[in-house]
Design a protein around this ligand. Sequence first.
Ligand code: ZN
Length: 276
Amino acid sequence: MHAFTVDLEDWYHGIPLSGNQKSKIEHRLLVGLEPLLQLLSTSNTTATFFILGEVAKKYPTILKVLKCLGHELACHGLTHDFVYNLTPAQFKRDTSYCVRLIEDIIGSPVYGYRAPYFSITEQSLWALEILSELGIQYDSSIMPVQSWRYGITNYGNQWRKLKYPSGSLWEIPITVRSWVGPSIPVSGGAYFRIYPYELTKRNIQWCESQSLNAVFYIHPWELDSTHPKIPFEWRAHITHYYNLSNTRKKLNQLLAEFKFASLSSILNQLIVKDTL
Ligand SMILES: [Zn+2]
């Protein structure tokens, strides 16, 4: 069983926009979300949706629909900012607000958190203790390979229970595959679009051979290949727009060949197994 996770945000949330661009932006969340929900429904898959606070405010009904469909709702931050650019006080205030916002809309507790841009790094590890103070049970924000925006090299795939004076928190890193050289992400997001499908498949099979639960992630806008093309930083631009038209077909194959579930359901099973 592997974890299927969705970062619920619109196509422009991960892009730096000027005030003028923001005021004229085209909102298209549903264009990619509808086919994604269809694929999940067809394959009888429940997923974890990490909800951006700005999305929760704008589309409360979508959150209620996701809950009714049996998906897990978790927190993706209030605004799509790098955690390491926030102060601990700002992070605590914004995350607390976002968690309560989602909980008030769906009427049940939020257990999970994922930082925008996987931005819990060596610089912002302080955020994990704050999440524990806020009552969050697990975090899935650490990418164990280095990119220009995120990553903690050699963090590894192990799901760790971190203990703090305020309580404990599970850290569930994004899964990476170790090679002779540097590790590579198993799949998800731009990696899923850039890799040939066969590589994703072999990486997940490798996880199974190692008894690892792969953590897969995707965004609704990755199923919306015709969203507006605007110029921004070249590395982010390439990874954002690359091969969007194949996401749907690849996801269909992935969901047909592997069994996925929400993060909290896999974590609960592991905790139960551990205590038996
Ligand atoms: Zn995001």
